[in-house]
Ligand binder design. Structure first.
Ligand code: SF4
Ligand code: SF4
Length: 163
């Protein structure tokens, strides 16, 4: 089975709704900000990456209670970087949004799979196929992964699992 280290594409999807959980709670120094992550109950001290410092408004960030994480930024290249990437909360560092990616035979991404029952895809036919075949494939863990990889290969898909 093809395995790779997880690579984040900086699409921002996992941070768009984190304003509810990532709270700016104070400032300890000019660039030292106290942050509370409500999902992991951690408090950490973060530094804004240099290029985003001028635009960071502490009062505005402290007022955010929903929507985007206060540290999420939008880049001109269409990606959504984190303004505290180097010292982001542990919850964010540990997070991986998928267990595997599925590609067509021409290398086009088809789906991101989080679990048997959680597949993110724009391809409705693939979503249906997954529900009928992969989600109900017996077994758990490695056994299920190997079986589903074989099923997908027989349909012409390439699969990359993440460690
Ligand atoms: S972890 Fe996943 S959802 Fe979050 S930005 Fe990276 S690729 Fe996108
Ligand atoms: S701190 Fe960074 S990685 Fe974590 S939710 Fe906010 S933008 Fe995303």
């Amino acid at each position: 089975m093809e395995r790779e280290a997880f690579e984040c594409t900086i699409c921002g999807r996992c941070c768009f709704g984190m304003g509810k959980y990532v709270r700016v709670v104070g400032q300890m120094g000019p660039n030292n900000i106290a942050v509370r992550h409500e999902l992991s109950n951690e408090t950490c001290y973060v530094t804004i990456v240099k290029e985003y410092r001028d635009d960071f408004d502490l009062a505005e960030a402290m007022g955010i209670k929903s929507g985007w994480c206060p540290f999420l930024r939008e880049s001109e290249d269409g990606t959504f970087p984190c303004a505290i990437y180097e010292n982001r909360p542990k919850f964010c560092r540990d997070f991986t949004c998928c267990r595997m990616r599925v590609y067509s035979s021409d290398g086009i991404p088809v789906a991101r799979v989080k679990s048997k029952s959680s597949v993110i895809t724009d391809d409705e036919a693939f979503a249906e196929w997954w529900k009928k075949n992969a989600a109900s494939y017996p077994g758990e863990g490695k056994e299920w992964e190997e079986g589903v990889t074989r099923l997908l290969a027989s349909e012409g898909y390439r699969v990359v699992w993440y460690d």
